[in-house]
Design a protein around this ligand. Sequence first.
Ligand SMILES: [Zn+2]
Length: 97
Amino acid sequence: MANPKYAEATRDIPQAVDVGELSDGTKIRKRAPRMRACSLKDAKGKLCAGHLKRWFFFGEELQKLYGKDAELYRCEKCKTVYLPNEDETPRSGTLSY
Ligand SMILES: [Zn+2]
């Protein structure tokens, strides 16, 4: 008899989503909620697992895309840029359009 508990292992786990690439080839991805480590895999399928750190001194290209006060993160290993996930970003109320 099938154990219904096994079904849980195959349910959807939120994944980071590729959103683009910079002109120098740096990947831009959006974090999955509560994601703390890079989930990028290299050509051999090895997980990067570098820590995502808040990044403040990003270049002009990212400033143009997301604004110079954007909340960005960067993998300390592969330098992939991560955007925060809107599901977990606390509304600070400082943005106004
Ligand atoms: Zn990485």
